[in-house]
Design a protein around this ligand. Structure first.
Ligand code: DGL
Length: 264
């Protein structure tokens, strides 16, 4: 047993898609979330800057005495997961491997598409992970740099969002039977993405897949929170405006949360 919270980080609100699934699956675990919306998006930034910012978020979570850290950000996972995992003595999970494995299970035609930020696509991490497990699979990546700003500005339901998603996905339509949402912001756009791709394409939410893996790790290390530990108290932090973060978070998590601003 370990009653300490689990730390989640993201460049912004996207990591909440992982947290939502996590809270649904493990409602008695405590969450500490930090989103770096002041500096989002990370995707178009150079690797060295993404590395530096991600370490700042990790160090913030470590001050909160977390028992595990989840990089709820594909971009950070692609750039710095291996390094963080090696340096810390608590378990550190990324979001890429769970999504890659789920896509391999889901595809029937062996044609998988990956949507991600410019850095995630450029890193080629999904293709490498998928083809190391399943060498015959064809993997097509597509960078979607306009998606994260739509989600961060709470415009995911707008007509602009629909136009941008349809236009961006055009080269992918009809090419794959399975599409990995390789950025934790993208599930917030998933109804539009599903419409653009058509009903037969299977969308893989890398965050939701990760939530399952967290549960496995908690059991493996025997660090579940005791059910007698009392009421859970989640903490949410943002480097930008708490009000803007709260608006997106409340609707996505379907509950009213408290958000604090933090300067890193
Ligand atoms: N949500 C993040 C990801 O999964 C990063 C988005 C961004 O800041 O570009 O990649």
């Amino acid at each position: 047993m370990d009653n300490r919270p689990i730390g989640f980080l993201d460049s912004g609100v996207g990591g909440l898609t992982v947290v939502r699934e996590f809270m649904r699956q493990l409602p008695h675990e405590e969450v500490i979330f930090i989103g770096d919306s002041a500096r989002a998006p990370y995707g178009p930034r150079p690797a060295e800057q993404i590395r530096e910012y991600t370490w700042e978020l990790v160090n913030f979570l470590l001050t909160k005495d977390v028992k595990m850290i989840v990089l709820a950000c594909n971009t950070a996972t692609a750039v710095v997961w291996e390094e963080i995992k090696e340096k810390l003595d608590i378990p550190v999970l990324g979001v890429v491997l769970p999504g890659a494995s789920a896509a391999i299970k889901a595809t029937k035609t062996g044609k998988i598409g990956i949507l991600g930020t410019p850095m995630t696509i450029q890193s080629d991490i999904y293709r490498q992970k998928i083809q190391s497990l399943s060498p015959e699979t064809e993997v097509t990546g597509l960078a979607c740099p306009k998606f994260v700003p739509l989600v961060e500005s709470n415009s995911s339901q707008s007509s602009l969002a629909k136009k941008v998603v349809y236009e961006t996905l055009e080269p992918m339509v009809g090419q794959v039977d399975t599409l990995v949402l390789g950025c934790t912001h993208y599930p917030i756009l998933s109804p539009i993405i599903q419409n653009a791709m058509g009903p037969h394409v299977r969308l893989i939410d890398s965050g939701a897949e990760t939530a399952r893996d967290i549960s496995v790790l908690l059991n493996y290390f025997q660090i579940n929170r005791s059910r007698q530990a009392g009421e859970v108290h989640h903490q949410f932090y943002t480097t930008a405006s708490p009000a803007a973060f709260k608006e997106i978070a409340d609707s996505w998590l379907e509950q009213a949360i408290e958000v604090e601003h933090v300067d890193l």
